[in-house]
Design a protein around this ligand. Structure first.
Ligand SMILES: Cc1cc2nc3c(=O)[nH]c(=O)nc-3n(C[C@H](O)[C@H](O)[C@H](O)COP(=O)(O)O)c2cc1C
Length: 179
């Protein structure tokens, strides 16, 4: 099952991701279900290395403040945020009254994108540290998020350097099964 094969990838080759591959991944995203058929997403695709480094550096500063236990790891000169991935994608939605749905739909779209990327032999990773930049309007502006939109999910995409090990999960923890 492809769901079990997908892993978060934290090491990428320099090989660029083709436009067709990026488009295929985005297309998988928009096949996610949405409340009231709103399909609220807008995507920002960043391939510019300097801009991705800028995002990583800005996120590092916030992450160090927020998670002191990661400070040593985050002090590395290496790109320990976006892992030198060649593509950073931001799933954005409008700032409107559908806040909860917007988040759910963005995450559903993201998982579709993860699985499609995996099918194409590409690697992905959810960028939780980059999400911290939601509190930085100046940074959001620089990376193309319009004032009336929110960055809901940042994710990276690229060619994995190595084959991923298989993952592990706990069994579903069922509180109650009420027949
Ligand atoms: C909301 C969320 C935020 C995450 N943030 C990061 C992150 O900032 N950096 C990172 O390397 N991985 C991040 N991950 C990836 C998780 O660490 C990873 O999914 C988890 O360890 C399970 O591993 P797997 O994806 O390989 O199955 C995030 C995942 C989620 C769902």
């Amino acid at each position: 099952m492809c769901i079990k094969g997908r892993r978060s990838v934290r090491s990428y080759t320099d090989e660029p991701v083709s436009k067709e591959q990026v488009e295929a991944v985005l297309e998988a995203g928009v096949w996610a279900p949405t409340g009231m058929w709103r399909e609220p997403w807008r995507f920002i695709v960043i391939e510019n290395k300097e801009l991705i480094k800028y995002v990583s550096d800005e996120a590092k500063v916030l992450a160090k403040e927020k998670f002191p236990s990661y400070a040593k790891h985050l002090s590395s000169e290496a790109d320990v945020i976006c892992y030198n991935a060649p593509v950073l994608i931001l799933v954005c939605t409008e700032k409107d009254q559908f806040t909860d749905n917007n988040l759910a739909e963005s995450v559903l779209a993201t998982q579709n994108m993860f699985l499609r990327a995996y099918e194409l032999g590409l690697g992905t990773c959810y960028m939780g540290f980059v999400s911290l930049l939601k509190s930085k309007p100046d940074v959001l502006k620089k990376i193309g998020v319009p004032d009336n939109y929110e960055m809901m999910v940042p994710l990276i995409l690229g060619h994995p350097k190595t084959k991923q090990e298989s993952g592990k999960r706990k069994k579903p923890n069922i509180f109650k099964w009420i027949p």
